[in-house]
Design a protein around this ligand. Structure first.
Ligand SMILES: [Fe+2]
Ligand SMILES: [Fe+2]
Length: 208
């Protein structure tokens, strides 16, 4: 079964509330028009995140959809930013807008997914995007903890997928081809030893 079929089958099986399934399918269709590489990346991150959450006994459905839509902000940006060329610092500033753009696009319809998307580049040193201070005041401590847990899984899966698949050099360290992926992850996420190990194992097992 190819990845596209696997993804659509999972969307149907999960039957998410609040129209999240429809949003996910719409975003996949839209991203296929000009941002095919972004679409493929989001699909792989969804599968990695889902399986990582499952192995850590966390909410695999939330991880799947938040992973699937984490870079939705990129499809609002020019496709040339993601065409494989080595981008310059100005272009990188533009790329950085995708995290907040994703949050703003989804916050009123799919808040949990929006928070994870906004946050996924702000869980490490010198990150960017949404901050926990920006979270709506109405969120319970349990929900905030869940957002942070799932966003962390997505962030690490995102880095691993970028390291293994991405052609475009985005100046965030993930483009440096080196056999030291584990070491890079440990430096970037110093308190996430267990999640790093789980993601690396899942990445190996799924062979995406
Ligand atoms: Fe991203
Ligand atoms: Fe990403």
């Amino acid at each position: 079964m190819n990845t596209d079929t696997k993804i659509l089958r999972k969307i149907n099986n999960y039957q998410p509330r609040g129209g999240l399934g429809h949003t996910a399918k719409l975003i996949l269709s839209l991203s296929a028009v000009n941002h095919l590489q972004v679409k493929k990346h989001m699909e792989r991150v969804a599968l990695l995140s889902e399986q990582t959450a499952k192995r850590q006994k966390k909410d695999d459905k939330a991880a799947f959809f938040s992973g699937l839509l984490h870079d939705v902000g990129k499809i609002l940006l020019p496709y040339k930013l993601f065409d494989g060329h080595n981008i310059n610092p100005e272009e990188y500033s533009e790329v950085k807008r995708h995290a907040i753009a994703a949050y703003m696009a989804m916050e009123d319809k799919h808040l949990f997914t929006a928070l994870c998307a906004g946050l996924h580049h702000n869980l490490y040193n010198k990150g960017y995007g949404l901050k926990t201070n920006d979270f709506p005041a109405s969120l319970s401590p349990a929900t905030i903890k869940k957002v942070l847990d799932i966003a962390m899984i997505i962030s690490i899966c995102d880095f691993v997928d970028a390291f293994t698949h991405r052609d475009t050099k985005i100046l965030d360290g993930s483009d440096k081809k080196s056999p030291k992926l584990r070491k890079m992850l440990q430096e970037k996420y110093p308190n996430e030893f267990q999640t790093i190990e789980t993601v690396l194992q899942v990445n190996k097992d799924l062979c995406l």
